[in-house]
Design a protein around this ligand. Sequence first.
Ligand code: ADP
Ligand code: MG
Length: 705
Amino acid sequence: MSLRPSILDPLFAPANTLPGVGPKIAPLLDRLLGEPGRPARVADLLFHLPTSGIARELKGSIADAPVGEPVTLAVTVTAHRPPPPGRRGPYKVLVEDETGDVTLAFFNGHKARLEKLLPLGERRYVSGKIEMWDGMRQMVHPDRVLDERGLATLPAVEAIYGLTEGLSSRMVGRYMGAALEKVPSLPEWQDSAWLRRNASPAFNEALAALHRPDDAKALTDEMLARSAPRRRLAYDELLASQLALALVRSRMRRLPGRVNAGDGKLVEKLRELLPFGLTGAQEQAIEDIRRDLVSDKKMLRLLQGDVGSGKTVVGLLAMASAIEAGRQAALMAPTEILARQHFERIAPMARDAGLSIALLTGRDKGAERRAVLAGLSDGSIQIAVGTHALFQEGVAFHDLGVAVVDEQHRFGVHQRLALGAKGEAVDILVMTATPIPRTLALTYFGDMDVSVLDEKPAGRKPIATKLISIERLDEVVGSIGRAIQNGDQVYWVCPLVGESESLDLAAAEERHEQLQSIFGDCVGLVHGKLAGRDKDAAMERFSAGDTKILVSTTVIEVGVDVPNATIMVIEHAERFGLAQLHQLRGRIGRGSRASTCLLLYKGPLGQTAQARLEMMRETEDGFRIAEEDLRLRGEGEMLGTRQSGLPGFKLARLESDGDLLAAARDDARLVVERDPDLTSERGEALRVLLYLFERDAAIRLLRAG
Ligand code: ADP
Ligand code: MG
């Protein structure tokens, strides 16, 4: 149940409650602005900002009117020229002023309607673009034809909107007018000094200024980027998100933490057992974590590091610290296979250090499972590795000190809340390989402390990346044959064909068959439709070297580590996101041998596709790739949201509002410090803001306490 203040009700009413939005229009607005299962609402419409504007004020004469630009002219109608009977062609209306004449052309023009619209000899106002046609001025389908009265009601600037089929900017503008009238006068949630400093209008004034500007130039992209009204709304939006994050953070911190470190002997012992020395970045991260663990505040830290940067060992040492303090530790992986792999890699070392460790996944049943559960609850198992099954009901720890979450993907505040609820005093380390660009990190992780592994372990050989047309498949197959004779192993990833996984599967099966007919039984196949155990078995055969070539769909577990695999073939590489290509490529180059990534593409490549693939060839830096991806594709797509602009944001823009993001974070932290329960006057207004931008999950925390 939402406790949204009723003052916001008009904004959250469905758009079909607006005058003029009937059953025909409503679905169009839903398509444009709604979400699956949720219609477009008045607020969605209001936050749909114009992309440009057209000046409608009367300007100059026909002779002076610029060609190809929108103009509004005062003219007299001099002739009607319907197309000759039986012939196709436009219906023409000739108009003039003292300086010259223009032919208005209407295709499928209706005679009676046009005679009424443009009566012979009358004065009318037309707006549209003039083009030269056969040396004559022509205006095809004027946007507007108005009489004196119509002109008086014409806004000086017509806002142009992003549209969907069936809607015009003028229609959207009309509904927008109705929506603007619904905007209540809301309490000011922004700091008054900030508003003054930035010459910011009030929330409702900002909306009006954007949708009903006085000057068309105010809506050019460049001006919008800097415009005080848009920046005000962007700041509102950013502050709402940063405040929500800050509230989560403070709530987590307010919970008493515990010291999760002992004498350091166990951590030291594990370090000695490592077959390698740690990188500087790993040392730094371990130091950051140790500082968190020896303090009695709760740890909430993100360990961000590219694939292969060595996050696991950092997580392991954090867990060891909890065990030193006499508690337990848990490592949670997003999938079954990754959980197993973590377990297999960590268990020998843990056991050498004298620790008891167990695996728990959803697949474990029966006596084995009962034994693990018993060990966890009586404390005899010190380290638990598993999937989310670890945090399900019925799993009780004797005394959990540290939880490490190996998260391949970004995750939202909601999941973080769930995690926090599992163990009130647990120190949390989240590991992510998602190369969130630096410019975005703040938006997602504003509430967490961050350690970055920006250094690869020594001795890694660079991966040679090549772009090869699919037409040269035979050569690729030939060179792979030579490579497997040399003892190399190959991942062969088949493309995303379409919407359905069965299509992907068909492509992979076909490639598997073809390669098998050439290379025999050493070609394996793995895909998402396989049962868990069969998937594991296929991966294990590859891992053990029984399989030399592993054909897969994109659903293979990208975290799996097979050091002997040195070749990655990706078919239809042009269909993948850069981030995805980077993750896939990260599967190779893990051992001491040189590795090669072959990006097979189907030409001809467009300019952007070409630039993206070349980016892959140029660099192995996941952050650079992510930033470039963002630039090339528009921010929305990378993280899977539809909108452009900051992912998950409607008003804030990545290019122009970076400063606001930082300011909003500081502002939010200050608010939470001074008024943690949002009870001051500004605090009350900020609650409204959180509801307005639907970040109100954080408000439940206030209530809970
Ligand atoms: P990721 O950050 O992708 O999870 P892993 O923790 O799986 O990376 O580490 C990748 C590989 O690098 C593993 O085989 C691991 O043992 C190894 N590794 C980790 N740290 C170092 C290091 N400092 N020097 C050499 N190899 C390392
Ligand atoms: Mg990993």
